[in-house]
Each structure stands twice: as structure tokens, then as C-alpha cells.
Design a protein around this ligand. Sequence first.
Ligand code: ADP
Length: 413
Amino acid sequence: MNWLLGGLGILSFVLAAFLAWKYFRLLRHLSLYTRLLQNIVAGQTTPESLPSNVPGLATLSNAVRSLTLNLLTKLEETETQRAELSAVLDRMTDGVLIANSKGRIQLANPAAEMLFETGSVIGKTVAEVIRHHQLIDAWRRAQSSGEEQSIAIEIPTRKRFLQLFVLPDRPKGICLLLVQDLTRLRRLETVRRDFISNVSHELRTPLASLKALTETLRDGALEDPEAARRFLNRIETEVDALSQMAAELLELTRIESGQAPLNLKSVAAARLLEIAADRMRAQAERAGLSLTVEVGQDLPYVRADASRLEQVLVNLIHNAVKFTPPGGEVRLSAIVEGPFVRFSVQDTGVGISAEDLPRVFERFYKSDRARSGGGTGLGLSIAKHIVEAHGGRIWAESVEGQGSIFYFTVPVG
Ligand code: ADP
């Protein structure tokens, strides 16, 4: 009996010791496991590092491994989508705002912050950001009706023309506000409208005088050979003016639409001035003006389309001759200025008023003084396009009554 009891005691002791050992081993594995999981959450290790062969924990371990792997894949996907969305929003030229049900901005892209010129907008109210009663009303209408709203308005203080779309999401009470900047489009429309009205206006004057001249001829002037010849000469002048305008308009359209690519070559800057001066010398002399060219010996080559730059110089010299009374001077020169050669055409003519000066390069612009004479007002805008296509700049300085200087630069090359 004693042996039996002793044996049982020893057996229970061994069993208890075995179970305690198992228990402590499990505890050790669990604490190791917890540390590994904490490291995975902290991004210091990957789920692959979780042991799959831990005795007693193999099933749990495998489940946790695949759960963590799944979770991480989902997180990665979400992060990629978020990065893609934020790249799209950052690069969009349209402004995007998302406002919650209380009208506080939850999301805004850089374009929206720029369009409303408010800096960081997150957390501000829609009214604080868009600061325009018509736009705020559109947002309110969308929120209360749950229907899409759109409105286009001009903000004169900010010189902008904006179009706002408000897209409400009724159940959540949030609103997506999409803002498009139509300023440039509107400006282009105005330019196009002005252009058409300018062309018609410019056509009307010569056409009206052609009509009057032909009527006078028909009504009897034809019988008087002397008068007929005079009228024919005037008709020819008007037709020439019309043809010049048609040619210049065509040229301007071709340059503006990029259909007149430049044929860039290395050209001696001095040679360009000489050629243009030779072409215009007879005209200057006829107008009683002296035409001189002043250039240094070491003037470099420029990278230019020679025939087009000649056209710029001829346009400038033509104007100088046209606006300088007899006895005056037209002086052409060129100097090196950094990586450019700066050409200049100077005259001692009537000059340009400070008010007209900034506008002379606009299409069809003519000062009041020039309005009565010939000319289409297109010459300088053609010159500007050509110079800018060369990577240069064109500008003018003038003192009314004393003369003008037109400058333009072309890269050395
Ligand atoms: P236009 O065919 O009328 O000469 P441009 O575009 O060449 O057209 O010139 C526009 C306007 O700029 C002219 O009508 C004139 O008022 C002014 N302008 C240009 N060059 C001169 C100049 N050298 N002196 C005075 N005014 C000038």
C-alpha cells in the first residue's frame, strides 16, 4: 500500500512538473509572440518573422500570420490609392474642396488654395474660404436641396472669372466643391472678339473710300481724264493698303499658330543691319532723312532666321521713317548684352506718348496721331512675335516730340 501511494505521489509530482514546464514554455512563446506582433505593428519587422512551428501555438500562429499579411496588403493598397489620388489632386488645375455637413473644409487641393488665395484652408468654413455671397449661396442651395448647383461669376477685385460646381452627398451631408478658373478663356474670347471687330473696322474705311471713288467715277468723273487718273491712283492706294493688311494678317496668323517655323542659322548681326538699311535707304532719302548704321568691329553672330529678323528691322525702320519729319535722322546700331545682341532703331521723330508706349505692340494699335495716316497697326505686333520666337525681347523708349528708340534682343550663336 505504502509503495503504491509513494509511486502515485511521485507520478503526480512528475506530471505536475511536466505541466508547469509546458505552461512556462507557452508563456515564454506568447511573450515572444507579443513582442514580434508589436514589432510588426511598429513596422520594424514583417509578418514572415512569426514562427509557424511553435508547439501548441501552430494554428493560432498561422491564423495571425495570414491575418497580418492580409491587413498589410490592404494597408499598402490603400496607401497607393491615397498617393495616386493626392498626386491627381495636387496636379489638377481645377480647385477641389470637400466640406463636411457643418460646412468645414475637410480636404483641399493646392489649386483651390491658390484660386481663393487663402493659404491653408483645412478646418475653415466654406464662407471663410470662398468669400463671395453668390458662391456661398450656391453651396447653401446644394446643401439644403441635395441637388447639384453650378454658377459662374466674375470677381473684379481678384481679376478672376470662376465657375463653381457644388456636388452634394445627401446621406453624409458632405459637399464636393469644384472650382474652374475661366479667366484665361474669357480673356481669349475678348481678344478674339476685339480682333474681329478691329479687322472689320479697319476694312470699313478703305472699302468705304473705294465705294465713294467708284461712284464718283461712274457719276461723271470718268469723262474727265485728268480727274479719272487721280481717282484711279487713289483706288490703287486703297487696294494696296487692303492687300498689305491681308498679307500682314495672314503672316500674323501663321506666326501665332506656329505654322511659320524659324529657319535658325548663325548670322552676322552687322550683316543683318546692313541688309535692312540697304533695303530702306531709298525710302529714307525720299523722306529727307539720313539713315546710318553704327556697329563695332567685333559684333558676334546671332542665332536667327535672317529673313524674318530683316523683316523686324524693316518694320522698325519703316515706322521710324514714317514718324520722322524731313531733316531728321534714323540710326541703327547693335551691341552685345550678356548672351544676347541688342539691336536698336532710333529716330528723331514725333515720339510716342507715355500713354501709348505700353500699347504699341498690340495688334491694330495706332496712336491718334498715326490714325489718320496709312498703316495697319500690325507691324509691331508681327515684330514682337518674331523676336519672341527667337527667344528675345522687344521694347521701346520714347520722349514725345524728340524721338523714339526701339530695342530688341536676339541670342548670340
Ligand atoms: P503701323 O502700321 O500703324 O505703323 P505698327 O504696329 O508698326 O503699325 O505701329 C503701331 C503704332 O505705334 C503706330 O501707329 C504709331 O502710333 C506707333 N509707332 C510705331 N513706331 C513709331 C515711331 N518710330 N515713332 C512714333 N510712333 C511710332
